[in-house]
Design a protein around this ligand. Structure first.
Ligand SMILES: Nc1ncnc2c1ncn2[C@@H]1O[C@H](COP(=O)(O)OP(=O)(O)O)[C@@H](O)[C@H]1O
Ligand SMILES: [Mg+2]
Length: 366
């Protein structure tokens, strides 16, 4: 199961790596940490999760269901696999988009073994009818199997052995409250510090047999948008670059040159990030502009702009999400080398402090 590939979702396919070579998947699997102890970063989530799992093991019961949320590439799938490994249980992997009917879920649930871990990736994209079945299964370990059609149809309750659901989502705000409430533990993954990314990169370099200097690693870590998946990808691109240019070692000059070639700027922003900011500043005078309008102008799906580009831009202070729309901050103008329009007093709200947002919005930035 370790070669499971979640890159099939458009939202995780970043343009940093346009080719998306088939062996990327293989690398991702090879670089995934296997146990909680080898999972750097996310200290809070990691400690809390460790406690939940250890306590359940000691009691000899299944742990609470676990929900993992956060932007793509931060380790949700890795953690799901780690949970199963720590519990010494098999893991069954499926995803929201694959469950379009309640029957799809019923088939999976009714075949689970006692203690098994059921990983539901992109759980917010599951069909409504399946969601309702899942509440019941998570709470009472029971599904109602409907037999027959029309007035003669009957619901036959089917007992399930205890199992653990691990849900992952890039959009926790889209989960209906009753489903969210069934998860006894929720871990919000946040962007990684440069130090944590450097530790991850050192490990990856070792596994890939790539020799790298501390400065070379630091250069890549600082430009990886706080995201291990991106860090690992950039490491491979820099290694390619170094090899082609006859260098044995990934050092700072080769890292810099390679990252420039792959359109990653000094702050780690990639083409999509800069596309969003450029569009916002040049075409919409800094905003505010609605998400859909912005996405159309950038030529991307609103979901991609919202889940892939925005969390990091918000967190790094380039973009604000206000009730009136997306707004560029002075830092965004400065980064692009542009001068913000002079305030005429009427748009006093343009650099508005971030107002409280509807549930789910901006939750990865806090
Ligand atoms: N804490 C971590 N330590 C080391 N590598 C990590 C970590 N988190 C993620 N990765 C790497 O990043 C890749 C993407 O992680 P993944 O768990 O698939 O993210 P998500 O499911 O959140 O999109 C993995 O293949 C793994 O190599
Ligand atoms: Mg994943």
């Amino acid at each position: 199961m370790s070669d499971y590939d979640d890159d099939s979702y458009e939202a995780t396919a970043r343009i940093v790596d346009p080719g998306g070579a088939p062996d990327e998947r293989h690398f991702e699997a090879a670089l995934r940490p296997r146990r909680l102890a080898e999972f750097p970063g996310q200290p809070r989530v990691s400690e809390q999760l460790g406690l939940v799992l250890a306590a359940a093991k000691r009691r000899g019961t299944t742990p609470d269901h676990v929900l993992l949320s956060g932007p793509p590439g931060l380790g949700k799938t890795s953690l799901a696999m780690i949970i199963a490994a720590e519990l010494e249980q098999p893991i069954r992997i499926t995803s929201g988009p694959a469950i379009q009917h309640a029957g799809d879920l019923a088939a999976i649930l009714s075949s689970l073994a006692e203690g098994e871990v059921l990983f539901l990736d992109e759980i917010h994209r599951m069909a409504r009818a399946a969601e309702e079945m899942l509440y019941l299964a998570m709470e009472d370990f029971r599904v109602d199997v409907i037999v027959g059609k029309g007035p003669g149809a009957t619901a036959i309750p089917l007992e399930l052995p205890p199992f653990t659901v691990v849900g992952a989502t890039t959009r926790a705000g889209l989960l209906p409250a009753p489903l969210r409430d069934r998860f006894g533990f929720t871990g919000h993954l946040d962007f990684y510090s440069a130090d944590d990314l450097a530790a991850i990169l050192h490990r990856s370099a070792g596994l890939l047999g790539v020799e790298a200097t501390r400065q070379g690693i630091a250069e890549i870590a600082g430009r990886s948008r706080g995201t291990p998946r991106i860090a690992n990808r950039l490491l491979r691109r820099v290694r390619d670059y170094a090899q082609i240019h006859g260098a044995e070692v990934v050092d700072q000059p080769s890292a810099k040159a390679a990252l420039e070639l792959f359109d990653v700027d000094a702050k780690g922003l990639d083409r999509l990030d800069r596309g969003v900011l450029e569009t916002l500043c040049r075409r919409f005078a800094g905003g505010p502009v609605g998400l859909t309008t912005l996405a159309v102008a950038v030529g991307e799906e609103p979901d991609t702009v919202e889940t892939v580009a925005e969390p990091y831009l918000v967190r790094e202070g380039y973009l604000l999400r206000t009730p009136r729309g997306r707004t560029a901050t002075p830092q965004a103008w400065q980064h692009l080398g542009l001068t913000p329009p002079a305030s005429d007093g009427q748009d006093g709200g343009t650099w508005a402090q971030q107002l409280s947002l509807p549930d789910g919005e901006g939750r990865f930035s806090d």
